[in-house]
Design a protein around this ligand. Structure first.
Ligand code: NAP
Length: 266
């Protein structure tokens, strides 16, 4: 039985994760974190839950219940601290929260190795997003130029999205896109060319009506290939990938980013 604590238990993803963890025969829900619901019995968030768990207001309180895995789905400003706290307590972490940068991931990897535990972080735990990353890597081997457009609702506080950050990191391992006019040589406003991440131009659109989406547009003279991912309005795709990571994270030491390597083992 893997003992699981969900940080972000009342959120869009967290509230879908609770029943999924509770229903899994190999997982036991031993903790939940939300500041607003702190002190309330978990059964009030999860009808039918018969365990003796009270929602914690902080991750440190929740760690007293000695989970094996902390699942982190809170907010960009709290995710790193929560992950480091759990790792220092010898607890594996699965991080879904977006907005972490390369420096955050280095600190998490370092802490995980020091404490001999595992961490899996994915900017997007949905299988379709993982497939887009793989296809994008393949396309980058054959096409010289590409840019990324990241779509989300106007309520998303962070940019670029975790999905965009991850795909850019993955493609950067293959190579850098060719820019025939350097961004700094743009006539007019170089800012209009977007953010340069690992050599790739990234454009974040934040407009009501989107949940989350990503396009990677590849091109060479006289042809173009667009890879597109669209997330729907339910959190199920992220829940399935997250549970897979929860089951796998105990077998690794250090940080893995992306769900790919985890999927390979299935
Ligand atoms: N990797 C993926 O596949 C994936 C998929 C979807 C979303 N995400 C990312 O996951 C994160 C959460 O998304 P969401 O849509 O579920 O967010 P949400 O609906 O805003 O929920 C956030 C949850 O975290 C709790 N929380 C926030 N700050 C906290 C803190 N400092 N300490 C303790 N609890 C805190 C909130 O409860 P209280 O306010 O009561 O504390 C709430 O339960 C976002 O960064 C989002 O971009 C990732």
């Amino acid at each position: 039985m893997i003992r699981v604590c969900v940080a972000g238990a009342t959120g869009w993803v967290g509230s879908s994760l609770l029943p999924a963890v509770d229903a899994a025969p190999d997982l036991q829900l031993v903790g939940a974190v939300s500041r607003g619901a702190a002190g309330t019995p978990l059964g009030s968030l999860l009808p039918g839950f018969d365990g003796d768990v009270v929602v914690s207001g902080t991750v440190s309180q929740a760690l007293e219940r000695r989970p094996d895995v902390l699942v982190e789905y809170t907010a960009p400003e709290s995710a790193r601290a929560h992950a480091l706290e759990a790792l220092a307590a010898g607890v594996h972490v699965v991080i879904g929260t977006s907005g972490l940068d390369d420096e955050d991931f280095e600190a998490i990897d370092d802490a995980a190795r020091r404490h001999g535990v595992g961490a899996i972080a994915a900017g997007n735990f949905a299988i379709t997003a993982v497939l887009l990353q793989r296809f994008a890597e393949e396309a980058a081997r054959h096409l010289p130029a590409w840019e990324v457009i990241d779509y989300s609702s106007d309520l998303k506080p962070d940019a670029p999205s975790g999905t965009a950050r991850e795909v850019v990191r993955r493609i950067a391992a293959v190579g850098r896109p060719e820019l025939r006019v350097a961004v700094e040589d743009t006539q007019g406003e170089p800012a209009a060319r977007g953010l340069t991440m690992h050599g790739t131009q990234v454009h974040s659109v934040r407009v009501p009506g989107f949940v989350i989406g990503l396009e990677v547009v590849f091109g060479r003279d006289n042809e173009r290939l667009t890879l597109r991912y669209d997330g729907g309005s339910g959190a199920e795709p992220y829940v399935a990938g997250t549970l897979l990571a929860v089951r796998r994270v105990g077998g690794i030491v250090g940080l893995r980013t992306g769900l790919d390597e985890v999927l390979e083992g299935t």
